[in-house]
Design a protein. Structure first.
Ligand SMILES: O=C(O)[C@H](O)COP(=O)(O)O
Length: 313
């Protein structure tokens, strides 16, 4: 009976539906107990992870029988994909299953930060009536700039267009004749990165963390964004310089920012100190892609891929 180890949280109904008949160990706390995880991996055929379990080096050494890794998400930066390939271990990301969740996060934070009206509950309840101070901006007519134009960015673009935004994107891996630039709801303006940064009222990042994207949006790039622009990073920490974002919000050059991902996760109190008292800032704990609905989809897709790999090969 194939043995499956699951080291981070997932939807238990998907385990019951897709992995019945397997010797399954579901312990979402294993990620924080490396010795227990290594012991559990002895004789394991499959491992299912989110983004915290580091599937490389010592872990792979501890799992000589591993045949498949299921990734409950799309980013693969916690997996040494080349080492897995060398060992004949298949890796299945949950491609497409959390696109909508991230797209809603981007649209939601863009509207929240442009409007700026939703943080006054205590003042209003206390009898202050800050109408002029809370006169914010509409999303309609603003230009959304997408850095990277893969599946999540495209879902974001579709929602943005429905809200009457203008949409531009930069993606060096997508040729000018790719049909993605001309979706049925209207054209996406194809831009180089400098032009995109200079013209976007809302700039949203949709790239993996690589040598080429680390530090992509630093102080210099932020200075070239229009005054009052909103920056959203629900992609990967390290693509954005967090201290530069904090400084630009304090100076008022940026009108708002939403950061869901960080150079160091979890963000500890020392690393988070840079954000203390910074205005117009939304910080969330790497949750843009994780909703109740996406957890169900991601878990089903991943468990199914693992089951098929173990039974149909
Ligand atoms: O890569 C992803 O899909 C997101 O970062 C979410 O990842 P998760 O599996 O850790 O929720």
């Amino acid at each position: 009976m194939p043995k499956v180890v699951i080291s981070e949280f997932m939807d238990e109904a998907a385990i019951a539906a897709e992995l019945q008949g397997f010797d399954t160990l579901y312990d979402p706390g294993l990620v924080d107990r490396p010795d227990a995880l290594a012991a559990a991996l002895k004789g394991a055929d499959a491992l299912i992870v989110r983004n915290r379990t580091q599937v490389r080096g010592a872990l792979l050494e501890a799992a000589p029988d591993l045949k498949v890794v299921g990734r409950l998400g799309v980013g693969l930066d916690n997996i040494d994909v080349a080492a897995c390939k060398d060992r004949g271990i298949a890796v299945y990301p949950a491609t497409g299953a959390n696109d909508g969740a991230v797209a809603e996060y981007v649209i939601g934070t863009a509207m929240l930060l442009l409007r700026g009206a939703y943080g006054a509950t205590a003042e209003v309840a206390a009898g202050t009536w800050p109408r002029n101070a809370l006169m914010g901006r509409e999303i309609a007519g603003k230009r959304l700039g997408l850095v990277g134009f893969g599946a999540i960015a495209r879902e974001t673009a579709r929602r943005a267009a429905a809200l009457d935004m203008m949409v531009s994107a930069h993606d060096p891996f997508l040729g000018a004749d790719d049909p993605a630039w001309t979706p049925p709801y209207g054209g996406i303006a194809r831009r180089d990165l400098d032009a995109l940064i200079a013209e976007s009222d809302v700039l949203s990042l949709h790239v993996p963390l690589t040598e080429g994207t680390r530090g992509l949006i630093g102080a210099e790039a932020i200075a070239r964004m229009p005054k009052g622009a909103v920056l959203i990073n629900a992609a990967r920490g390290g693509v954005v310089d967090e201290a530069a974002v904090a400084a630009a919000l304090r100076s008022g050059h940026l009108g708002g920012a939403a950061l869901d991902v960080f150079d160091r996760e979890p963000l500890d109190a020392a690393a988070g100190a840079v954000f203390a008292g910074v205005p117009n800032l939304v910080l969330t704990p790497h949750i843009a892609g994780v909703t109740q609905e996406s957890n169900v989809r991601v878990s089903a897709v991943t468990a199914r891929a693992v089951r098929r790999h173990l039974t149909e090969r």
